[in-house]
Design a protein around this ligand. Sequence first.
Ligand code: BGC
Length: 761
Amino acid sequence: MKFKNLLFFLLLSIVYNTIHSQNKKDEETLKINKKVDSLLSLMTIEEKVGQMNLYNGFWEVTGPVPKDGSSKKKYEHLKKGLVGAMLSVRGVEQVKAVQKIAVEETRLGIPLIFGFDVIHGYKTLSPIPLAESCSWDLEAIEKSARIAAIEASAAGLNWTFAPMVDISRDPRWGRVMEGAGEDPYLGSKIAAARVKGFQGTDLSAPNTMAATAKHFAAYGFAESGKEYNSADIGTSTLYNIVLPPFKAAVDMDVKAIMNSFNDLNGIPVTASKFLQRDILKEKWGFKGFVVSDWASMQELITWGFAKDKNQAAELASKAGSDMDMEGYIYVEALVDLVKKGIIKASIIDEAASRILNVKFQLGLFEDPYRYCNPKNEKNLIYHKSHQEAALDIAKKSIVLLKNENNILPLKKEGQKIALIGPLANEKNSPLGSWRIASDDNTAISILEGLKQYKNNTIQYEKGVDLYTGNTHFIKELKVNTTDRSGINEAVKIASESDIVIMVLGEHGFQSGEARSRTTLDLPGLQQELLERVFGVNKNIVLILNNGRPLTIPWAAKHIPTIIEAWQLGSQTGNAVAQVIYGDYNPSGKLTMTFPRNVGQIPIYYNQKSTGRPTNENDNVFWSHYSDSEKTPLFPFGHGLSYTTFKYTNLSLDKKAAKINDTITVKVEVTNTGNYDGKEVVQLYIQDVYGKNVRPIKELKGFALVPLRKHESKTVTFTLDKTKLGYFDTEGNYIVEPGEFKIFVGGSSITSLESDFQLVQE
Ligand code: BGC
């Protein structure tokens, strides 16, 4: 009885606190809205448009006033209050100097927001986002974003252009490294975790920053994976695959949304009213502001969509783009358009107030130098605890693709190791792409990591160079296709060793923006090197470092052990070494399907049913290729451990459920091997028939389950109408009665299956 009372009071106080904090939040919002309105009433139309203008950094602010054309213009605009935010100005001293101009020299002294691409860290680098997503560990992902925000805000920044939440099914697109893979359910969870990590619980705290979900929308569906290309997709894909992670970010109160470089079905998204006003602002009630991508407003002219800058400004602003990034379109055209009556003043008011609102929330009106504390900059950047967290998530991001004959974990003594490959002693490439603020060569290389295990001997040979030239500029990065001079030496050390560890893949700057590829093989002479080494020693552990799925059919067939180690950031070498030696039992699972060849792309697990799905009757007229298997090389959700897991006793609490019911799914998972480990237990559904053709499988739940050797646990999932429905082609969310299948297992090739009927209320 007493216990019951306690429980009751506990519940009551939780409800009270929730309502109370919601009320407090609402009060705060009202207060800020009032402040914005009164500030707006003091502003001229020019100043309001100024808030909508975002400039890239322009000169050493602590140096002399810039003399050349565009920098001089930017400086003058800044002093006149015609700039609302800056990007790429960073470091306390720089930020302070620019902020001072805005605050002290402009008429109203409105502070600037300082934005930057803080994608997977500021100085301390976490794994590239695609790698992080393979951890399926939302807590660790949130923490990684938190640390990025702590370091970046210590350098004066208060706005990041992350997370990138574009779902993509095309590894030819270089920007898949920035995202969370191919699945909208996992992608939504990760989007929310990253926004939470960046923004924290109090945006005005000096160690949090406003986040930006980008790129809105469908950039990940650029045709053929070609950068900056058109996206031509149906509404079913748009509503069910592309938009959910953005919606999850909005629900997490993300402060900004960035639009993208693509058009969607013929309309450049920067000028898409349908996306920005109808869906984002109206249907979803997004309260933050929309920023264009770099000069994407100006590109409306290049596209042949707007005849000149006036029309570009008109189209973009009417469509709901609030801020112009480095496009000079708004600042040059908007005022006149309003004066001529072409654009309503309310459009400018709305955009400016959205931006000012975020500035108030950031606490910039209370203290414009809130993020400018040199002590924080000195003490927090590269903090030891950040390195520890980066190591933690780096280990969790590694995916063991194959481990035949249990070569791994490696014995800690008595082994003669040959370490071979152009990426084995790299300290720069593992930092990955999108790390503008980082210091070159600060990653721990795999050679450095392995050397810490001193009771084995290591001989190292590069074998071949991967590239020559400046890696920072993709144009200058020349893949080596001719110099084979190091191969013989590598073959020699391989022949003298017990085990060969080869580190191959892509340089960190071979993926990222503007880095689309038509082939996904190991670049340059790496395949040749691999085959030559295999010729003398088959005991190979292949460690892949890459920013996207690669096509490695030969390696998948011949090489006994393959680790997908992506680009893991500052702690790369330590993370890889700990996994190789079994100090961390790998637990990552792929979040993007690995194709066998480029012709299979797009290949993804949640493909729709077709009218001719199988070849059961040996019929040639079924959905397949005649020169390649239909299956991927490694499926979505795949990843091994040093132990094994067995799935049994899948049960559902109902065989028939009403639409408003919750269905409980239970499964028993047992660690049947000889190591403690962790399994990502995955739950998929199939809506067997519906008004629209449904995917053959859809991820609807996952759980990270630590299991000691021989331990069993029952894992519980719940399903309800938020997971069982889908968006029809008009964008309405519908839940249809009928048969549903349930699949549970350790990858999208699941081991257990059950079903239930969903019936009308
Ligand atoms: C990218 C954005 C990025 C912006 C600012 C653009 O080229 O597409 O993702 O935030 O540059 O650096």
